[in-house]
Design a protein around this ligand. Structure first.
Ligand code: COA
Length: 265
C-alpha cells in the first residue's frame, strides 16, 4: 500500500492512480480465475487492447515471448495485436477487471505505465544511441526497464507514451525544471527505431507542445540535444525549436557538444 495516497479533503481513504487517458472504452468485465484457471488456451490477438486490473490474487500474462506478473492493485495494458493469454498465478482465487479499450486511429499521448518500459528501452540498439538519447542519466548499457521507471520519481515529471495504430510508438518526458511553471523541459524523446523518419517524431512533439500549452499552462519549452544527433536536431527544428546556445557534456570520458534549444508557445 506504499504507493497509495490520501488526497486533500478525504479521510480514511487511500487511492492510487492506475491508468490515464487511452482510446475509447468499449466495455468492462469482471473475472474470477480459479486455481490454475485462465485462457485462452492458445494465445489470441485482436484489434482492441485490454486494460487488466487485478483486485485480488495475482495474474500472469503471456504476451508474445514475455511473461508479466500483475499483482493485486496493479494494472497492465495488453496490446491486442500481440498474441496473449491470462492466467491465475496465485495459490487461491484471482479476481480481475478487464476493460476493452479501442485505440484511436490518430496518434495520442497517454501517461507512461511501468509495463511500457521494456519496449521503450529496447529501441536503443547500441551504447552510442543509448547515450545520444539519455546522456548520463543511466549507468551501463543496456539498462534495466526498471531504471527507466525509477527516473520518474516526482510529480514534476510527466512521462508520456505516444500511441498510434494500436501500439506504443514513442516516448517523451515533460518536466518542470524550476519552480516557474511557465517553463517545461523535454527529455528522453524517442520513437520506435523501426518507425523513424516517417513523421512520428514530429507528430509526437506537436502533441506534447499542445499538452504543454493547453494542459500544463506553459509559455516556453526547452531541451538539450547533442549536436551530432542530426535527426533529433532536425526534428526539433521542424516543429519550431531554435538553437539558443551550446554546452558540453562528458560522456564516457569524451567531450560531447550539446545544443540548447527553445520554443516559445
Ligand atoms: C529524434 C527522433 C525522435 C525523431 O523522430 P522521427 O520520427 O525519426 O522524425 P520525423 O520523421 O518526424 O522527422 C522530423 C523532421 O526531421 C527531419 N529528419 C529526421 N531525420 C533526419 C535526418 N537523419 N537527417 C535530416 N533530417 C532528418 C525530417 O526530414 C523531418 O523534417 P520535415 O518535417 O521538415 O520533413 C528519432 O529519430 C529518435 O527516436 N531518435 C533516437 C532517440 C534520440 O536520439 N532522441 C533525441 C534525444 S534529445
Amino acid at each position: 500500500m506504499n504507493d497509495f495516497i490520501t488526497p486533500p479533503n478525504h479521510i480514511n481513504f487511500r487511492a492510487k492512480r492506475l491508468f490515464g487517458e487511452m482510446g475509447r472504452i468499449a466495455d468492462g468485465a469482471i473475472a474470477y480465475f480459479d486455481l490454475d484457471g485462465g485462457g485462452p488456451t492458445e494465445p489470441h490477438t485482436h484489434s482492441h487492447n485490454h486494460l487488466f486490473i487485478v483486485t485480488e490474487g495475482e495474474a500472469k500474462i503471456l504476451l508474445g515471448d514475455r511473461e508479466i506478473t500483475v499483482k493485486k492493485d496493479e494494472a497492465f495494458l495488453v496490446e491486442g495485436k500481440i498474441p496473449h493469454s491470462v492466467w491465475n498465478s496465485s495459490d487461491s482465487i484471482t479476481k480481475m477487471i478487464g476493460i476493452t479499450v479501442v485505440p484511436s486511429a490518430e496518434m495520442c499521448l497517454r501517461p507512461f505505465m511501468p509495463s511500457d518500459a521494456a519496449k521503450i528501452m529496447s529501441w536503443n540498439k547500441d551504447k552510442r544511441a543509448f547515450r545520444l538519447w539519455s546522456a548520463d542519466r543511466f549507468g551501463d548499457f543496456p539498462a534495466e526497464p526498471s531504471e527507466l521507471t525509477a527516473q520518474f520519481d516526482d510529480d514534476r515529471k510527466i512521462p508520456l507514451v505516444a500511441m498510434a495504430d494500436n501500439e506504443v510508438v514513442g516516448f517523451i518526458m515533460m518536466r518542470y525544471p524550476t519552480d516557474d511553471n511557465s517553463l517545461i523541459r523535454l527529455g528522453f524523446v524517442i520513437i520506435d527505431d523501426s518507425k523513424r523518419g516517417k513523421g512520428y517524431g514530429s507528430k509526437m512533439l506537436r502533441l506534447a507542445i499542445d499538452h504543454a500549452r493547453n494542459a500544463l499552462g506553459a509559455k516556453r519549452i526547452s531541451l538539450g540535444v547533442f549536436c551530432d544527433n542530426k535527426s533529433a536536431v532536425e526534428c526539433y527544428k521542424a516543429v519550431g525549436f531554435s538553437i539558443i546556445g551550446e554546452d558540453s557534456y562528458t560522456i564516457d570520458g569524451e567531450e560531447w557538444k550539446e545544443f540548447e534549444m527553445i520554443l516559445e508557445i
